[in-house]
Design a protein around this ligand. Structure first.
Ligand code: PGA
Length: 250
């Protein structure tokens, strides 16, 4: 096996610079002897502040989105070049809030994925079904489509920079977590899709995070599943009290 666990905190639209600095500094201290891989993704407005704090530590710096073009007349967007300049290493793309509240479709997400990979970022590609899609028995179909379209045109040589985050939309911010067994079934399916697209060896290596109401009291059970390689944590990543126990689960 040999896949590392990768725990990421998505701070969404929370925190001023001072608050972000305080949390980032606390996490640097608490996680310096952590056994897993870590990332925090603050808002664009806090990236510069947090970048200075996590530089040369075991915590990677992530952005929550990027523009689909390198530069130009794109009011309100932030480009990969600007993110690179801030020390960002990884970009979360296709988050369900981007897909559903901001109507990003697979084609747009795919454009961003390819641009981010071209500029040597790690990409955390989020996928996941809505509740009505789950109830209609369409989980695999929805996830497969999001993977296939999201990774269209992505070279096998770039796949080592891709992480998949399975985040059932009905579990995000709701306090409802998928059971470890339900999540594992989808993770195993995701790995199968990657194997079909890129071969068994690549599928064995790819990190698949689970996201959706991950908390200190469910993290270890989720991570015990064979195909769950980490977590993308929203609400519980906003405080050391809740993020550190997840990040240090054993
Ligand atoms: P949550 O969010 O942990 O608050 O459910 C997860 C996510 O949106 O990445």
């Amino acid at each position: 096996m040999g896949r590392p666990y990768y725990i990421a905190g998505n701070w969404k639209m929370h925190k001023t610079r001072a608050e972000a600095a305080e949390l980032a500094q606390a996490l640097v201290n608490e996680l310096k002897d952590g056994k897993h891989e870590y990332l925090i993704a603050p808002s664009f407005s806090c990236l510069e502040t947090v970048s200075a704090i996590v530089e040369n530590t075991n915590i990677r710096l992530g952005a929550q989105n990027c523009a689909c073009e390198e530069q130009g007349a794109h009011t309100g967007e932030v480009s990969v070049l600007q993110l690179k300049d801030l020390g960002v290493q990884s970009i979360i793309l296709g988050h369900s809030e981007r897909r559903h509240s901001y109507k990003e479709d697979d084609a747009l997400i795919n454009k961003k994925v390819k641009l981010a990979l071209k500029h040597r970022f790690e990409v955390i590609l989020c996928i996941g079904e809505l509740l009505e899609e789950r109830e209609a028995g369409r989980v695999e179909e929805v996830c497969e489509t999001q993977i296939v379209r999201g990774l269209e045109g992505v070279d096998a040589s770039d796949l080592s920079s891709v992480v998949i985050a399975y985040e059932p939309v009905w579990a995000i911010g709701t306090g409802k977590t998928a059971t470890p067994e339900d999540a594992e079934a989808v993770h195993a399916f995701v790995r199968k899709v990657i194997a079909r697209l890129y071969g068994e060896a690549a599928a064995e290596k790819i990190i698949i995070q689970y996201g959706g109401s991950v908390k200190p009291d469910n993290a270890a059970q989720l991570m015990a599943m064979k195909n769950i390689d980490g977590a993308l944590v929203g609400g519980a990543s906003l405080k050391t009290d809740t993020f550190v126990p997840i990040a240090k689960f054993s």
